[in-house]
Design a protein around this ligand. Structure first.
Ligand code: NAP
Length: 280
């Protein structure tokens, strides 16, 4: 590990979990600093040894970091990256973990030569906040990085590998399209499934509660995610999410037609194709 001082801005589920992985892997060899708008999160991080130094202010550290992770909500990532670069012009790399990439418009001119590397660890839970953070949530996860032609990028990528992440490099638009298919649209569909159960008559709700079992739980777990996260990914990844929701609507219309017509052959062909893709 060639970085000696790291900083995490946004001590929530992902920021706290990344700080914990660094601590687990490198112990006291790396000085970990943490920033959050919520003083209680900073205090918790300090008291539980997740960070060595904490502040509610980005510029409030006693030493400059070598590398910084911005783990804030998506809507404030770009401004936070710029604020970090202005506060610590000597920092090597600033990266982020936001679940969408194309919509984060960081002005490279405003960074004064600091390298910004868009990234996204493909891990998480439906919970939020540092109290729910855990190294196990992110350790060993696939980690999307936006490939850059810069030796500082290579240093950051190597550090992620040394932390146990499986780095996959791609451009932002590709990331957003694929993540819409495997995360954002599935979240919406899980919500629709819950909404369907919720819309059953009041007289049936007790039975709905009694009969829902592992299948319902498996397909709807992510519907318990923080709704503000759901709004953020749909709005900030609007283009990819919209295109795929329209495709899902078309597929649903076709399935409705098969069911309505009791077209067993067509329904079976569709379900077999989906099942083979899921299993295979
Ligand atoms: P979270 O648990 O709510 O953590 C975000 C933290 O950032 C909170 O402690 C929040 O404080 C703090 N914060 C808000 N504005 C800030 C600011 N301007 N400066 C410093 N700290 C600020 O959310 P999360 O799930 O960790 O998500 C954080 C990022 O990770 C998002 O960009 C998300 O897209 C990405 N991500 C999430 C997952 C997932 O499964 N959750 C997976 C991969 C990537 P308050 O709570 O007081 O506002």
């Amino acid at each position: 590990m060639h970085y000696k001082r790291v900083m995490v801005v946004g001590l929530g589920l992902i920021g706290g979990s990344i700080a914990r992985v660094i601590r687990r892997r490198f112990g006291a060899d790396v000085y970990v600093m943490g920033v959050d708008v919520d003083l209680a999160s900073v205090q918790f991080a300090l008291e539980s040894g997740i960070v060595d130094e904490g502040s509610v202010s980005i510029g409030g550290m006693s030493v400059a970091p070598d590398v910084v992770w911005v783990c804030t909500p998506i809507s404030v990532v770009a401004q936070t990256v710029v604020a970090v670069a202005n506060a610590y012009p000597s920092v090597s790399v600033i990266s982020d973990v936001a679940s969408v990439k194309s919509a984060i418009n960081v002005s490279r001119e405003a960074l004064g030569g600091v390298l910004y590397v868009p990234g996204h660890p493909m891990a998480g839970t439906e919970k939020s906040g540092i109290l729910n953070s855990d190294a196990d949530i992110v350790e060993g996860a696939t980690y999307m990085l936006s490939l850059q032609s810069d030796v500082r990028y290579e240093g950051f990528r190597d550090m992620l590998v040394s932390l146990g992440f499986r780095v996959v490099e791609m451009d932002e638009a590709t990331h957003d399209r694929v993540v819409a298919a495997v995360s954002h649209v599935p979240y919406v569909m899980a919500c629709l499934t819950v909404g369907n159960a919720q819309s059953q008559p009041e007289s049936l709700q007790e039975l709905v509660g009694q009969l829902k079992s592992s299948g319902y739980r498996d397909t709807t777990r992510v519907a318990g995610s923080d709704p503000s996260w759901g709004v953020e990914v749909c709005v900030h990844n609007r283009e990819a999410v919209m295109a795929q929701l329209v495709a899902v609507r078309d597929a649903l219309t076709a399935v409705i037609g098969y069911v309505d017509a009791s077209d067993e052959e067509a329904l079976l062909a569709y379900l077999r194709g989906v099942c083979a893709y899921r299993v295979g």
